[in-house]
Design a protein. Structure first.
Length: 250
């Protein structure tokens, strides 16, 4: 073995030692810094990167989330028309919509819901094991099919990629619906439905602790029925969302 090969072998051992010491959390930059701090010699980060790749050593950390740029996504900047005004004087004036995530034993379920701000009623919802576009477009189609009139309707969402898709925007435009979006990274702009999902998780998911996706899906359906028809609210004169709508529009 040549002197160069000996140095490389020794470097691989030191790299492996630092990698194991930090339980795989360090990438080549941090390992290079650790090597430099423990020796008087300069260590080239490209050499460390190459040796780590040779040994299959990768940092065991979550990759940075990248914004999704799906094919067919519109680059139009949609304004925040709703402006956190979460009150409405009649049905089908203002809707809010979103998708949330549940995890049961490593398996995920994604409920999509659309809520009328007039009474907090969930007017449409769907669930899927993947957050595909059809999950959101199907929710919208169901909601629009039940609306008495959508000519003056505002529908608000966050900046999720589903809501920027051209087919989604076309569905809204065809029905004369005004689209509104939260400002980037500001969950409070869609706080009404965020609160709904929080209540769903607190009052059903964490209490029932379903052990399978089938049980979870059935439980979410049942909770939404309960929320709409039985769960009374002070702001609705101690009526359920459906009871309030029926009394006001009798």
């Amino acid at each position: 073995m040549t002197e160069r090969a000996d140095r490389q072998s020794a470097m691989e051992v030191r790299i492996r030692g630092i990698y194991d010491e930090h339980k795989g959390r360090y990438g080549y930059r941090r390992i290079t810094a650790a090597l430099c701090s423990s020796t008087a010699q300069t260590v080239n980060h490209k050499c460390v990167q190459r040796l780590m790749q040779k040994k299959g050593l990768r940092p065991l950390i979550r990759a940075k989330r990248r914004s999704r740029n799906a094919q067919g996504m519109s680059d139009v900047q949609v304004p925040n028309v709703l402006q956190r005004n979460f009150s409405a004087t009649a049905p089908d004036q203002k809707w809010v919509t979103d998708v949330t995530e549940f995890n049961v034993n490593g398996q995920k379920l994604y409920p999509s819901a659309c809520m009328d701000l007039y009474n907090g009623e969930i007017i449409a919802h769907r669930m899927a094991k993947r957050p595909v576009f059809e999950l959101v477009s199907g929710t919208l189609q169901t909601a629009l099919s039940r609306a008495r009139s959508a000519n003056e309707l505002i529908i608000h969402s966050d900046q999720g990629w589903h809501y920027k898709m051209q087919p989604y925007r076309a569905m809204l435009a065809t029905c004369g619906v005004t689209q509104s979006m939260s400002r980037k990274g500001n969950c409070f702009d869609n706080a009404a439905i965020e609160s709904l999902f929080g209540t769903l998780k607190a009052e059903y998911f964490h209490l029932a602790a379903p052990s399978s996706l089938d049980a979870l899906e059935a439980g979410v359906h049942d909770y939404i029925r309960y929320h709409n028809n039985e769960r009374i609210k002070l702001g609705l004169q101690w009526l359920s969302p459906v009871g309030y709508r029926q009394r006001k529009n009798a």
